[in-house]
Each structure stands twice: as C-alpha cells, then as structure tokens.
Design a protein around this ligand. Structure first.
Ligand code: GDP
Length: 455
C-alpha cells in the first residue's frame, strides 16, 4: 500500500501519513536528532537542501496530538528547552518507544498546483532504541543456540570473566530465584560494560534498556553453557527466553516496527573508530543485522507480521560530525558508505533505497586551526561542559576506509587518537536568528532523502 493512500482511522481525516522511524544504539543521538529535526522543520531558515523548504512550498509545520493513544509522546518541548535554553545542555536520552506528530502544510508551486490546492501531510516520528532491533537475531534461535553463540562471542569482552566465574560451580539441577537474579545481573553488567567499550551486538536488547519491564521474569535469565542445560535452572531459563521472544520482541515488531515507511539509523561511527578495530567490526555486523530486519526472508515470522508492507528508504547517518573540521567529513562519509556496502552484501539486501551521510543534528562547534610543531591542524572549537572554550584536533581519519574495515591488511595504525576522548562539547548557546532552527550539519539533506519526495 502506498503511503499516500493510507487513511488515519478514527480521526476521519484523509490526509496522508509518513511514519518515520528513528533508531540507533543508546547515545547514538536519537533524542537530539528528533528535537533538532522538528525544530528545523518548524523554523526552516537553515533547511536549504530540503527542496520544499527552499522553494517555499512547505508553508507551515505544527505539532498535533499523535494518533496512537497508548504510546508515550516524545517530549519535544523539554528537550528543545534543554538544548536551546539559557543554560544549554544535552537532553535525557531515549529509554523507550515514543512518538510525535508533526503536520506539514504544502502548497505546490508547480504547473498543476492550482488544481490540487493546499494539502496537509502528517509526519509521525517514532523513536525507538536500536538495541531492540538487534533482538531480531535472537528470534531465529532457541535458548541453546543463543547461549552457545553468546558465550563464544563474549570471550575477552569487558565483564565476561565475571559472568563465566558466576557460572562456575553452579548447581543447575535446581532453580532458585536469587541465583537466577544474580546470573541475570552479572550478565547485564557485562552487556553494559561491553556497550560502553563500544560493542554493538549486545543481546537481549531489553536487558540494557528495560523500560517498564525491569525486574520481570522475562528479563531475568542468562545464557548457559551446554553442560548446564539439563536441570531445572535451564528449563526455567528456556521458558523465560521463549517468553522474552513472544511477549517482548514480537509485540514490539508488530506494534511499532511493522508500521514504519521511512527509517533513519543513527550510528556513532566516530565513537566506534575511537574505540578501535573490534568496535568498528562489531558495528558493521550490527548494521548488517539491522538491514536484515528491513528485508526479512519470505517465510519467517517477521514477514508474516509485515505482510506486503515495506520500508521504502533507510538512511544510515554518522552522527556528531561537528567533532571534525569539514575537510574530514568526506572521509567520514566514505567510511560509513563502505560499512553500509559491506553490511548490504552480508545481509543480502536488495530492499529499500539506502544512503549513508555524515551529519550533526546539533552543531556545537565552529572551525579553527591549531598550530602544533610547525604544523597547522584543522580543529574544532566549542564550549566544554564546565563552561571553558577550547579548540581540539581529534586526530585523523584514514583516507581509505579499508584501513579501518580490514585493519589486518592496513597495518596497526590507530585513528582518532588525538583529543577525541576529551571532546565533550556542550550545545552552543543559541545564536539563532528569527526563522532559523538550531544549527546543524546536513540535517536538511537527511530530511530531503527521508521525506523530500513526499512533500
Ligand atoms: P540517544 O540515546 O540515541 O537518544 O542519544 P542522544 O540524542 O541523547 O545523544 C547522546 C549524546 O551524544 C548527547 O548527550 C550529546 O553528548 C551527543 N550528541 C548527540 N548529537 C550530537 C551532535 O549533533 N553534536 C554533538 N557535538 N554531540 C551530539
């Protein structure tokens, strides 16, 4: 079904709706992206690359009550006040699904605009944690296969030793709730440490972002090795694992994911590069996993849920590009494009239109040059969290993405090993002129790719 033909049931309106999914792992920049996108669609002075804004056919944008009564509303006003108020600071991050409806008034300027007259399009923005998308991988596995996969994968990752130590000497013939809780807690602590170290494929995703389900049995299990999978403990864990799939993962895909038309996946590529080659490799794998969600095999449970519906466009956006001087942006885009290409190959993906872009949803820096050892380094300057102004050179990105994606071939250089770790900029105090939204980098191009063709 084309999105133009969909009718909002219940509201009695025939206006077309675009459902835009915004996802990415925790701290990737979802909250900042949505807040800045909405503010910039309302005040379009900095949206030149959005055609409908540049040619004036997008006349107005305003917030409306969303159609889904039971989904929390994205707290736009509070987040915008945090970013652009008198003491600018970063807003609280995404912890669950939320939604916001922005309505757009379009008056065509084309040859036939007089025939069609003004029209309204609703943009329903659905914000959800990327961790939940990675649970897709778990749906195709039973408890044993998932345990084996996870226990192999976590070797050497932060916190993994503590978990394997907790398994040692365990009496798996009996089931004790406190033991189950301790295992789940130790395993979750490992997932959190692994996420902080930059690893992306951390399942089950809800263990990291439990929302209102924290402490429930469906979130109180952990992987068990084959020699512990006979007794009562494993029987209960297997049951909870199945409950997690049917009661947590499936409803999310059915109620939220299945209704999305356009998707943006935000990725903190710079963060992963700074963490090192394993984090980059892991991110690329996570991108491939995410792509499979958008093009499920013909049979599978997800294909049944989706029916004939398809996501039409997916944008992978490397966020926080304002950490780099613009002369490095092309390299960042090239790295993300190479990652996307490889992820597409791995996922055997030929579904939606995809694109890769480097953006900053909220630009916190200006450009500068630092003279060091007789060399001029292209730097960025901003206000640090403690109020001081400072200029930094984050280090260099490789000219050839292969140096990152296939480090074995390229030697053992490290990238972004300059000041990157200490570049904690606060959002810039507002310099916004009337009619301008918050400053950004390429947010207008992202919007053009995602929704421009519908306006
Ligand atoms: P979420 O967990 O995906 O919702 O991530 P947030 O939107 O809360 O962003 C996480 C953090 O990344 C923020 O607190 C900022 O420190 C940083 N961040 C996000 N977007 C930008 C950006 O455009 N520029 C800069 N400099 N930092 C950003």
């Amino acid at each position: 079904m084309g999105i133009g033909k969909r009718v909002i049931a219940g509201l009695g309106l025939g206006d077309p709706v675009i459902r835009l999914g915004v996802t990415g792992l925790s701290r990737a920049g979802k909250t900042v992206f949505i807040t800045s996108l909405v503010a910039n669609l309302m005040d379009r002075g900095r949206m030149h690359a959005l055609r409908a804004a540049a040619d004036g056919s997008l006349k107005a944008a305003w917030l409306q009550p969303q159609p889904d009564d039971t989904v929390p509303r994205f707290d736009f006003e509070r987040h915008l006040a945090a970013l652009t108020g008198p003491d600018p600071h970063w807003p609280d991050s995404t912890r669950h699904v939320s939604q916001l409806r922005l309505s757009l008034r379009i008056e065509g300027r084309g040859l036939f605009s007089g025939l069609t007259g003004p029209r309204t399009i609703h943009l329903d923005i659905v914000d959800y944690p990327g961790e939940w998308l990675l649970d897709l991988r778990l749906m195709e596995r039973d408890f044993g296969a998932w345990s084996d996969e996870v226990l192999t994968r976590i070797e050497g990752r932060p916190g993994a030793d503590a978990y394997t130590a907790a398994l040692r000497g365990l009496d798996a013939s009996r089931f004790d709730e406190p033991v189950a809780q301790r295992l789940a807690e130790t395993y979750t602590a490992h997932l959190q440490a692994a996420r902080e170290a930059g690893f992306s494929d951390c399942t089950p995703g809800r263990f990291l972002i439990p929302g209102e389900m924290a402490g429930s049995p469906a979130l109180t299990f952990a992987p068990l090795p084959a020699d512990l999978r006979d007794g009562r403990l494993a029987r209960e864990f297997r049951r909870r694992f199945d409950a997690y799939k049917s009661r947590v993962v499936k409803p999310f895909f059915r109620d939220h994911f299945a209704r999305i038309d356009r998707q943006v996946v935000l990725v903190d590529v710079l963060g992963a590069i700074h963490q090192g080659p394993r984090a980059v490799e892991d991110m690329r794998r996570a991108m491939a996993d995410i792509l499979t969600a958008f093009r499920p095999g013909r049979a599978g449970w997800l294909a049944q849920i989706l029916g004939t519906r398809r996501v039409e466009r997916i944008l992978f956006a490397a966020t926080k590009a304002d950490h780099l001087h613009h002369i490095q942006h092309n390299r960042l885009t090239a790295i993300l494009s190479a990652m996307l290409r490889e992820a597409r190959d791995r996922a055997d993906f030929s579904g939606a239109r995809t694109e890769a872009m480097a953006i900053a949803a909220l630009r916190a820096t200006t450009e500068d040059v630092i003279a060091q050892d007789g060399e001029d380094l292209p730097a960025v300057r901003g206000r640090l969290m403690d109020g001081r102004q400072a200029a930094f050179y984050p280090g260099e990105l490789p000219a050839d993405p292969a140096a990152l994606l296939h480090p074995a071939r390229a030697g053992s250089e490290t990238w972004l090993d300059g000041d990157y770790a200490i570049m904690n900029f606060a959002p810039a105090a507002s310099t916004t002129r009337p009619g301008d939204g918050p400053p950004h980098i390429r947010l207008d191009r992202a919007a053009e790719f995602l929704i421009g063709d519908r306006l």
